[in-house]
Design a protein around this ligand. Structure first.
Ligand code: MLT
Length: 270
């Protein structure tokens, strides 16, 4: 079902499916909760799937200016309170959703039972990267969401996906085009300002899965392997024939990896 929650006077949309241990699926940029649509059916028989729209995206409130990762993390805690989710949960963060996971860990760590980092980074942007985001934020506000979609699309998918799977490409582009330019700009500014979180990794004592698409050029497999190596006892999974958008390109591999990591029954285990 879809909840439209009032959290301290602000609207947040959250998909809530299934029963069992809670899994919080946190989407990337500039997407919304529907990027998980193909992953949810395999998980919902075994777990409670909560897939919110972050501030600025989907059916949630849009704020102007800059929306930092810590603010999004606090929004998630407010959503969990509104849904009365007190049980420790598995935080599954894809890309920007992973950036939000680091402040969530710092500020709301007692809510966590496990962590899954998908095609994401712990490092901050380079100065050039941050400057590019700020320029993009201004352009999107002036010209619309297509600016972001056109800039990002060539870097999101596995090589040759455009030819092999035009339907996936069409859906990804449509998803980006429907994002509100103000939400895109505010998240870009927030991501540009995010701190380096690599210092948190060595002290992480949660079961952690690090998963990446073999062809990711945004959060590369080398960087993700280094992230995994920095977290004691973590597991690293590389997904074949996926670029950055692994949950959209290979939803079956992502749900199977999640079920296995969480020791829940799944297709691969019978
Ligand atoms: C995402 O998928 O969330 C973005 O690629 C993150 C980013 O722009 O760094």
């Amino acid at each position: 079902m879809l909840h439209e929650l009032d959290v301290s006077g602000e609207r947040f949309a959250v998909r809530d499916e299934g029963r069992g241990p809670p899994l919080l699926l946190v989407h990337g940029f500039p997407f919304d909760r529907t990027m998980w649509d193909a992953v949810v059916p395999a998980l919902a028989p075994h777990a409670r799937i909560l897939a919110p729209d972050l501030r600025g995206f989907g059916g949630s409130i849009v704020s102007d200016g800059s929306v930092g990762m810590a603010r999004m993390a606090d929004d998630l805690a407010g959503i969990l309170d509104a849904l009365h989710v007190a049980e420790p949960l598995t935080y599954v963060g894809f890309s920007m959703g992973g950036y939000v996971g680091w402040p969530f860990l710092q500020r709301h760590g007692r809510r966590l039972a496990a962590l899954v980092a998908i095609d994401t980074r712990a490092a901050a942007d380079t100065p050039e990267g941050a400057a590019g985001r700020l320029a993009m934020a201004d352009r999107v506000l002036a010209e619309g969401s297509a600016v972001a979609a056109d800039a990002m699309l060539p870097r999101l998918l596995a090589p040759d996906r455009v030819r092999r799977d035009p339907e996936v490409v069409r859906r990804v582009r449509e998803l980006m085009l429907r994002a509100d330019p103000r939400g895109i700009a505010a998240a870009q500014r927030g991501m540009a300002a995010r701190p380096d979180s690599r210092g948190l990794l060595a002290a992480l004592r949660l079961p952690t899965l690090v998963l990446c698409g073999e062809h990711d050029v945004i959060s590369t497999r080398d960087e993700m392997r280094a992230l995994a190596a920095a977290v004691p006892g973590s597991r690293f999974v590389q997904v074949r024939d996926a670029g950055h958008l692994t949950p959209v390109e290979q939803p079956g591999a992502v749900s199977a990896a999640l079920l296995e990591f969480l020791a829940l029954p799944g297709p691969a285990r019978g």
